[in-house]
Write a new protein. Structure first.
Length: 495
């Protein structure tokens, strides 16, 4: 395996090539561009994905989008999940909440899953990316690549060859990058039944009001219609087929006929079918997330059931974890070993999330009205076992924040800690009377907060992705070693 040491400018045309402009690729490109990393984002299609597919943004992903500067637009375009409403023909048979509702707190400002079509999330990411000077190379597919100790050479469908410091495959479950690396996927078929997902526009005045997520069950399979935010009558349709050999018709006429057969809606009530796709639910995890200078992220690394809204969100977290590490190695002289932490941190998380999605899918498929609680919000996921989590305090209360945990929000004068964390920098947070180091690199922002709350008393180095990297009662030799490991100069030496 070639070591991903920084390729010199003479040996590359760009810093990072990203294959796939879905949510994962867009978040990674945006994070890299704001850090000054040259990123070439390739997308084989002629435009962004047009459908609603990954429609749930978990609270942790909302925090990421807050950091990236697009959350106001996301909140304006999204909305809360509606209550489920079961039907038998034209008769209502009961309501329930699929999402456990929570109230925002000082530490968790975004408490509920947000409903927003994947296409709109991608549009907002793309708008922010272009505003920062980045972009997407549409109509350009990766056809092959080779890597050595200096660089990756990427061949495009346009006939060009691009030289880069690193390549990231964010190109979906059938990833060209993963297959070219020969990395296997270990997993299982979660549900052998065919499924259909589509966006449908329904004329007003039908049974399908926009205040509920409507569910009908039939002998040949169920149908669910979820109203998507906006006032254009758009719903996401999800349908199952009990016959494992059933042929799924994804044409507009086929989708209309399915709804007319399984619900009281007439075919003419479906005024438009902008997008439709069929699939079978599988859960699989890539055997490795990295080979030399090449990395896998999002669905290229892990494939989920849509139950619980974990797939898109886990990909966003992959990109957020990888972006700052690539920047530190490629631009700021961090040791190449920093990139080892990407797979070490993200692969166990992906494995846990895959298990959660699979359990939720099977429980729901069995007919249970399963409520999604805090375990789907991704706020509790962390990296306490990582080499990048160093906690020198001999004892801490059970509820206290430790190295490897998500850094909670809180008050900071008239502002919030998230306002302080926002941006591509590290943050040194001193809680109470603890003594921080006197000198810090310019790329570390510092602040002092009162003792108490989740931070208690101590000194905390917050990573650019909002996790506590180092924690202690005072900076010692391990603190200086940590700064070196993440590409910051030791205390007292300019970055």
């Amino acid at each position: 395996m070639s070591e991903p040491t920084p390729a010199t400018a003479a040996h590359r045309d760009t810093d990072v090539v990203i294959c796939g402009a879905g949510p994962t690729g867009l978040v990674l490109a945006l994070d890299l561009v704001r850090r000054g990393v040259r990123a070439l984002l390739l997308e084989r299609a002629d435009g962004l994905f047009p459908g609603s597919r990954g429609k749930g943004l978990q609270p942790r992903s909302q925090e990421v989008l807050d950091d990236l500067g697009i959350l106001p637009g996301v909140l304006a375009a999204g909305g809360p999940y509606p209550r489920m409403l079961a039907w038998e023909g034209t008769e209502r048979r009961g309501e329930w909440d699929m999402i456990e509702r929570s109230e925002p707190t000082e530490q968790v400002p975004y408490a509920d899953t947000l409903l927003i079509p994947q296409s709109r999330t991608q549009e907002l990411l793309y708008e922010r990316l272009t505003a920062l000077g980045g972009g997407v190379r549409f109509g350009a597919a990766l056809t092959g690549f080779r890597q050595d100790a200096e660089r990756v050479e990427v061949r495009l469908s346009t006939g060009e060859t691009v030289r880069a410091g690193c390549l990231v495959g964010a190109d979906g479950g059938r990833s060209t990058v993963r297959r070219a690396l020969g990395i296997g996927m270990t997993g299982e078929t979660v549900d052998p039944r065919p499924m259909l997902v589509a966006d449908v526009r329904i004329a007003p005045g039908t049974l399908a009001d926009r205040d509920h997520w409507h569910v009908w069950r039939a002998a040949d399979g169920g149908v669910a219609l979820c109203p998507l935010p906006g006032d254009d009558g758009l719903f996401q349709l999800a349908a199952t087929f009990e016959d494992e050999s059933a042929a799924v018709d994804t044409t507009p006429d086929g989708v209309r006929a399915l709804l007319a057969a399984r619900t009281p809606l007439a075919e003419e009530a479906i005024t438009d079918v902008p997008w439709a796709s069929d699939y079978r639910v599988r859960a699989a995890l890539a055997d490795r997330f990295r080979e030399g200078r090449v990395f896998l992220a999002g669905d290229a690394a892990h494939v989920h059931s849509p139950a619980g809204g974990q797939g898109l969100n886990t990909g966003v977290q992959d990109a957020y974890n990888l972006g700052w590490k690539l920047a530190q190695v490629l631009l700021h002289g961090a040791p190449a070993a920093l990139l080892d932490s990407y797979e070490a941190e993200r692969r166990p998380v992906a494995a846990d999330v895959l298990g959660l999605s699979t359990r939720l899918h099977r429980a729901s498929a069995g007919g249970a009205a399963v409520q999604r609680g805090r375990d789907v919000q991704q706020l509790g996921l962390g990296y306490r076992d990582s080499d990048l989590a160093v906690d020198t305090r001999p004892e801490t209360p059970e509820e206290a924040v430790r190295a490897g945990d998500r850094a909670p929000d809180g008050r900071y004068g008239e502002d919030r800690l998230f306002d302080l964390f926002r941006g591509p920098h590290f943050t040194l947070l001193t809680a109470g009377p603890a003594e921080p180091p006197a000198d810090l690199p310019e790329r570390v922002r510092r602040a002092r907060i009162p003792a108490g709350g989740p931070y208690g008393t101590g000194v905390f180095l917050i990573r650019p992705d909002g996790y506590v990297g180092w924690a202690g009662h005072h900076a010692d030799a391990s603190f200086d070693a940590y700064l070196t490991a993440v590409g910051l100069a030791p205390a007292g030496v300019p970055a």
